[in-house]
Write a protein that binds this ligand. Structure first.
Ligand code: PLP
Length: 395
């Protein structure tokens, strides 16, 4: 008889955002005339930058002519994009990452979900709590034990290397952080790199929000730390820095130096990619390249500034109203304490029912998120302002 993968039984039945969507749907069905403002899911709202649109249009045009038509993309990504990323994201920051250490994909989430495949079933995994759910769920589906590292307010929502559990292990870090909005200094990140080097652990570093860093002293890449090439994989996305959530584009960096017992993770990932993936679309990779052009940089920067203006507004309004809020300075996420003794889901229900504002319950990101609530800065400015006035008037 066929047997299903029973590890799926260990994963919570509903993905957090599906549960939220169901609650909103039920509320809208009962109250069709209410205007709901969504500061919940971390999706962008601004249209793509003109430089990106123009690159897409030219690439589409190329596809319509015999001489310039392109079929399958190279599995690991087009050289033009890998070279651009190497130069502009890494070499320019003093990180020696070669183009062939960069693997282009259709987004960070798939890469994050798939990277665990490179490690054996009995690998110990260390994951922050609260956390972006994919790190934990993908490992639970593979039947691994997870050691959750609490990230508490008194320590700036940063995990402690001593809490990573049994060594060596696979450690997931994400900075700037979703959901807490916490950022890590270079010194603090170096401690993690040193820990991984000492224990033979590997760090998967999710830098999907690096473009939101406003403090110039903070690291944008783990490879800014000494020795990181020998112990770290970095995942990046075009979703939040350039609004590609619908287009889909991301990349993973695996340095050739990164080996476990002599086995190259770079070569394993290349093998996996070419077996299971047929390359990100040509037109999307051209659009990705345009993000790095002078106009693309300027235009996407102004989009990020727009979202960060929302973040500042959320932070200052809630602080003035007496709430305890963190994040929002180097990240598009604001992490607020729920008022009084309300649980995260109680506050979610209250906001939905009484203010028609949607946020994300902190407990959906892990046990340590209980009593917190995440708001995102990705909404329209005027709507964000209206949502805040509803929240402030409510309590
Ligand atoms: N990593 C983090 C921390 C995220 O918050 C998200 C999306 O919200 C992703 C990765 C997913 O990125 P992508 O859209 O490239 O799959």
């Amino acid at each position: 008889m066929l047997q299903t993968n029973t590890n799926y039984l260990g994963v919570s039945e509903n993905y957090l955002f599906s549960t939220i969507a169901q609650k909103i749907k039920a509320y809208v069905a009962d109250h069709p005339d209410r205007d709901i403002i969504r500061l919940g899911i971390g999706d962008v709202t601004l249209p793509l930058a003109p430089a990106v649109i123009s690159a897409l249009q030219s690439a589409v045009d190329e596809q319509s002519h015999q001489e310039t038509f392109r079929g399958y993309s190279p599995d690991l990504g087009y050289d033009f994009l890998r070279r651009t990323i190497s130069e502009q994201d890494y070499m320019s920051r003093g990180c020696r990452i070669d183009p062939d250490e960069i693997f282009i994909s259709d987004g960070a989430k798939c890469d994050i979900g798939n990277l665990q495949e490179l490690f054996s079933e009995n690998t110990d995994v260390a994951i922050c709590d609260p956390v972006y759910p994919v790190y934990a769920d993908s490992n639970l589906m593979a039947g691994r034990n997870i050691n959750y590292m609490p990230c508490r307010e008194e320590f700036g929502f940063l995990p402690d290397p001593a809490a990573s559990g049994s060594d060596p292990c696979l450690i997931y870090l994400c900075f700037p952080n979703n959901p807490t909005g916490a950022a890590i200094t270079k010194g603090e990140l170096q401690l993690w790199v040193d820990h991984a080097l000492k224990t033979g652990s590997v760090i998967i570093y999710d830098a999907a929000y690096e473009a939101y860093i406003s403090d110039p002293s903070l690291p944008h890449s783990i490879y800014e730390c000494k020795g990181a090439e020998a112990c770290s994989i970095e995942v990046r996305s075009f979703s939040k820095n350039a609004g590609f959530t619908g287009l889909r584009l991301g990349f993973t960096v695996i340095p050739k130096e990164l080996r476990i017992n002599g086995t190259s993770l770079h070569d394993m990932w290349a093998r996996r990619h070419s077996t299971k993936y047929n390359g990100a679309p040509y037109i999307i990779q051209r659009a990705g390249e345009a993000v790095y052009s002078p106009e693309g940089r300027k235009q996407t920067r102004s989009q990020i500034d727009y979202y960060m203006r929302n973040a500042n507004l959320i932070m200052s309004t809630l602080k003035d109203a007496g709430y305890s809020v963190t994040g929002g300075l180097n990240a598009p996420y604001i992490w607020m304490k729920t008022p009084g003794t309300l649980s995260s889901w109680e506050f979610f229900d209250l906001l939905l029912e009484k203010a028609q504002v949607v946020g994300t319950p902190g407990s959906g990101f892990g046990a340590c998120g209980e009593g917190y609530f995440r708001l995102t800065a990705f909404g329209e400015y005027e709507k964000t302002k209206e949502a805040l006035s509803r929240i402030v008037n409510l309590i």
